[in-house]
Design a protein around this ligand. Sequence first.
Ligand SMILES: [Zn+2]
Length: 582
Amino acid sequence: MNPNEEKEAREIIKKIVLLNALRYGGKASPKPVFGKLLGEHPQFRRQIKEVSPIINEIVQEINALPLEQQKAIVEEKWPEALVEEKTEEKKQLPPLPNAKKYDRVVTRFSPNPDFVLHLGSARAIILSYDYAKMYNGLFYLRFEDTDSKTKKPKLEFYDAVREDLDWLGCKWDGEFIQSDRLKIYYEYAEELIKAGNAYVCTCVREVFQEKSKTGQSCPCRILSAEENLVRWNRMLDGKYGEGEAVVRVKTDLGHPNPAVRDWPALRIVDTTKYPHPRVGSKYRVWPLYNFSTGVDDHLMGITHIIRGKEHLTNQARQEYMYRHFGWEYPETIHYGRLKITGASLSKSEIVKGLNSGLYKHWDDPRLATLAALRRRGITPEAIHSLMIDVGPKPADVVLSWKNLYAHNRKQIDPDAKRYFFVHNPIKISVKNVPHAFTAQIPLHPDHPEMGFRCFEVKPAKGKAAFLISKDDLDLIEGKRAVRFMDLFNFRVEKIEKTLIQANFLSESYEEAKKLGAPLIHWIPVDSGVPCEVVMPDASVTKGVAEESCRTLKSNEIIQFQRFGFVRVDGVNEKLTAYFAHR
Ligand SMILES: [Zn+2]
């Protein structure tokens, strides 16, 4: 640095030190100052050795001043810097209805373990969990695994669901599995039948529906409670085959929605044909969704049910049963549908794709399953803040991947180490390189304390060869100058099919700036790790990652500069990564 440059550097540093001191009660520390300086004024990255002592000196000098004097200097010289940066207001959930009515708020997440969870499930989980925590309450996990015929649970998904919840950071205070609770459901069914509030219907379904449509009762409905109890016991004793008898809960036969009228509560499943993954063929009488859910919500003391508005009809059904029992229905929040453009949140569609071989696994990057998002380096914190942003509003919400990426970027950008990845590499040979270079490039532009990557460039007879990405050819062609990031400037002389010829120009960043030189990244030829990045459309981008990537660990989220954020999936002789977003 010449004396003029040094004077300028001192002014810049002084301002950063003062602002840092003001923020921390009058005491600045060199590390964040260093980071801020290199982040906002990259020209100093090449003069780290020279600016370090200046920073230390100015920090000492400023820290020796009283806070008032520090403030006075800033007020005089940089008054605009005192206008406080507006911090983004953190979104909060609206209060729960009638929370005060209950000693303790209790919520639940109740999946059928027939598949892994996706982004849509995350909404129910996060809202239920956050509300419980917000009121110092309890959050339960309840597996609703009572349909071994059409929505058959699978053992692997009980654990997959637990893993997803763990990953989301939503610790549950209690866990229930409905297939362990059949005796309980039988008890309550019997109570309803005894009281004449439910009956065993042996009508063919179409016949029942025909009658129900016009508000008429089927012949079973008018049988006495005793006769229905006999039928109920016949159900339990295996005297009816599948489809031959269902327990129906009495409702108003004139309910405007025929689907609510005398809804089915328990049915017979031929479990020799459709064995349950946990209890096999032990039971033949199984509760249907509304019955087991309704009973459990009451028994578990659920105070607030937070779920999609497609459950409104279920609430209408269950309220009849609650009235029969003399129970009070929990508070409900029904949120609208959530769509992500370009991602299928439909379980059946995803399963179809898996069966047809379109997706190899449920963590295919094209899917919005939590497993897929995890693999791509989407953080649980990002999903969390997105869901809080969306909240429990009843209107339908359409999100794009970009919304999720914006939340994720906020989470990972401050910590993600930066590296060079040259995809579709092409060789570039630069002549007249005057001497050897050692480039020290910070792992993070704002955090020099995270350390540096080191590149050695040793020209042979003035020539040095590098790899750059073919995608940069358009950018550099015909330019007066091009700059290798943090290295030097050159001019392209000739672009051939497999080789680019170039001529060394100068070292200084300022000159590159003056000449409007595009900045591109690079890797010395004969160094680096072969690298494959799995893209969001499941295609694979191949190239070379810089040598220091060899020490990366699986699961690290890094940024390939000018390419995007990726999650390291594995490192051996080859680095495999999954693309998150730009
Ligand atoms: Zn009937």
